[in-house]
Design a protein around this ligand. Structure first.
Ligand SMILES: [Zn+2]
Length: 643
């Protein structure tokens, strides 16, 4: 539509949105649902990944549509694992009620409530995933712990606003297990609890974690609102967090509060699952986060170095993603499609701030922070897919890109709004610092955009939506510049080289040397992958990792020496220069080829066929790092410094 109309529409949207929570869909009823639903979830059989569900729903006689949550907040897509719903039995007054699935929307069931029935009884088992799947649709239960995403164990009245349907949840956990959630407990039982009724939206936003090996740490002693770190682990020894690590996580709370200048939660609970058996990811919520990483996260020096930004990232989302959310993602219920066009703010800025807070809280040194930026910059600068898919499209198309895996991700591009968000917001941060002569920074923008708003009381789940124009307007409030043009040029660019202006303006330069940084080494060790993207042009499994055998090629850089020689993701390197595959030997072969200029010879297995591949590459190993540009002010060190 013409730009004038679009601007008027956007303005109308912002005005309406500022007055109320999420954007309303015409089909959704924005009125209180009569009565309160109840939900009992029995997790006693978590070891077998079977969750038993009993739900009641007040109803009136006549046609009814109920729905299983489809569009999952934070997953930004239609990812609700409805395939896990089994043994479904719907009844009223003890009589079975037939249902039929909608032929267009598989998440919706149609039924006819008989006369005289005022409560629907819904029973089913949710078969929690045994493998595959992303986010909560991956493995979530083990014989030692379980993470319950409530969206997997409930149906809701399909036509109603999720914030207007009240539900009273209760839980049963395996004997002797402890649990944590942001929900408020009303009654504790020997093996579970009942919780205060909340809206369906709030319930979906309040996961519960239970486990046999459990620890609870106060991250803000004496402070209001309180912040707790709850940890469940595979083994008791995985809970051995050191005093120094506790201090860093307490710093995280202090630094985040200093950055944002306000908190929009009544209390906050990190739900940290340390397990080598569950899926690994983070999922943000308003008053908690579902954080899942490796079992030895606190006890291995490389594990906590490789990815300490998990908790900072999810915590930032309480402000950027939950309190403030792009209008297109602030949907009224889980049946309304989400629009991801502003994910470069929702996720991109969170990626940037999560890493900055990781450094400010002392989980990384300033040098390790720069090493991380170097890795991101190198990855984005080796993305030939930039020439056809602009950054904007990675956000618009996020719903499918989350599940595309590593193969050819450099040419397809993936959810690049995360890593490129780091470059984009560093660019903006350094530009504000430079233009204002060091008087202003992105921190000032953050305080305005995410700070206290009298129209929004400090209660959970009040969403204050935003649009592109508000981002531009706020940037101009902090420091006048043509931010709109800058953002459009970054979002629409099909320039094959990554925008590294923020690094240059920060007084640093991306270079490649023959030695990996400490962070790069830790990352390779933890991912069990050898990253030779900047030399041969491949990433290869170096050790038996998740779903990949040693020697298996995870990705090949489009147009690289490895690509030209005929390699592709999924092929397996069996031997290097006549010797059985070994990661160290492959790196040694690169160094040797630098001296003797002979091709590197690989024996490759492709499905049932073997072939020999010769790669002409003699420039040796190359790993990214930042080096200082003398004579330019160093803006990156102050960005990483504690406030
Ligand atoms: Zn995120």
């Amino acid at each position: 539509m013409p730009s004038m109309i679009r601007r008027a529409a956007a303005l109308a949207l912002f005005t309406a949105a500022a007055a109320l929570t999420p954007l309303l869909d015409a089909k959704v009823i924005d009125a209180a649902y009569p009565g309160t639903l109840t939900l009992k979830v029995d997790l006693s059989d978590a070891a077998r990944k079977i969750f038993a569900v009993r739900e009641t729903m007040p109803v009136k006689a006549g046609p009814l549509k109920i729905a299983f949550p489809k569009w999952i907040p934070g997953e930004h897509g239609p990812t609700g694992p409805i395939e896990g719903v089994t043994g479904l039995k719907i009844s009223g007054n003890g009589q079975r009620i037939e249902w039929r699935r909608d032929l267009e929307d598989m998440y919706v069931l149609h039924l006819e409530v008989p006369a005289g029935v005022s409560t629907l009884d819904i029973e089913f088992q949710f078969l929690s995933p045994t493998g595959g799947g992303s986010f909560g649709a991956g493995v979530s239960a083990t014989p030692r712990m379980v993470v319950l995403e409530w969206n997997q164990v409930l149906f809701y009245p399909a036509d109603y606003h999720g914030g207007r349907v009240q539900i009273a949840p209760s839980i049963k956990v395996p004997a002797g297990w402890e649990f944590a959630t942001a929900l408020e407990k009303t009654t504790a039982t020997a093996d579970g609890a009942s919780f205060k009724p909340v809206s369906v939206t709030e319930l979906i936003d309040s996961p519960l974690m239970a486990g046999r090996h459990f620890k609870r740490i106060d991250l803000a002693p004496g402070a209001n609102p309180p912040v707790m770190l709850n940890i469940a682990a595979d083994r008791a020894e995985n809970l051995d967090i050191t005093d120094a690590q506790i201090k860093q996580h307490r710093n995280l709370v202090k630094q985040a509060v200093a950055l944002f200048g306000a908190q929009h939660y009544d209390h906050y609970d990190f739900l940290l699952a340390l397990s080598d058996k569950t899926n690994h990811f983070g999922l943000e919520h308003h008053q908690s986060s579902d954080d899942r990483t490796v079992a030895d996260f606190f006890t291995s020096p490389t594990a906590c170095l490789a990815d300490p930004a998990l908790l900072p990232h999810e915590y930032v989302h309480s402000w950027n993603g939950k309190f403030r959310r792009p209008a297109g993602l602030a949907t009224p219920n889980a049946g309304v499609p989400m629009k991801g066009e502003l994910l470069w703010v929702y996720e991109g800025l969170t990626n940037y701030l999560g890493e900055v807070l990781t450094a400010r809280s002392g989980m990384w040194t300033a040098e390790q922070y720069r090493d991380s930026v170097a890795m991101t910059a190198a990855a984005m600068d080796h993305r030939p897919g930039r020439a056809w898919r602009p950054l904007r499209d990675t956000a618009d198309n996020a719903q499918t890109l989350y599940n595309t895996g590593n193969a050819w991700s450099n040419y397809r591009r993936s959810v690049d709004f995360y890593p490129e968000g780091t470059l984009l917001w560093l660019d903006i941060d350094t530009k504000i610092r430079e233009l204002s002569g060091g008087k202003k920074s992105l921190d000032d923008y953050i305080k305005i955009f995410y700070g206290k708003d009298p129209a929004f009381a400090r209660t959970s789940h009040d969403v204050k939506p935003y649009d592109f124009d508000e981002v531009v307007k706020t940037l101009n409030t902090v420091q006048p510049a043509d931010w709109k043009a800058l953002l459009h040029s970054r979002l629409d660019s099909t320039e094959v080289r990554a925008p590294l202006d923020g690094i240059a303006r920060g007084g640093w330069k991306l270079v490649y040397t023959d030695t990996p940084t400490e962070l790069f080494k830790a990352s390779q060790k933890e991912s069990k992958m050898l990253n030779l993207m900047y030399s041969l042009g491949i990433i290869v499994a170096s050790d038996k990792g998740r779903g990949a055998e040693p020697g298996e090629i995870v990705d090949v850089l489009w147009g690289s020496p490895a690509f030209e020689a005929g390699l592709a993701p999924g092929l397996k390197i069996v031997a290097v220069n006549g010797e059985g595959f070994d990661g160290d030997q492959l790196v040694a072969a690169l160094t040797r080829a630098q001296k003797d200029k002979a091709p590197i010879e690989l024996l490759v297995h492709n499905q049932d066929y073997y072939s020999t591949v010769k790669i002409n590459y003699s420039e040796g190993p190359k790993y990214p790092r930042l080096i200082r540009v003398e004579g330019k002010p160093d803006l990156m060190t102050p960005i990483a410094a504690a406030k």
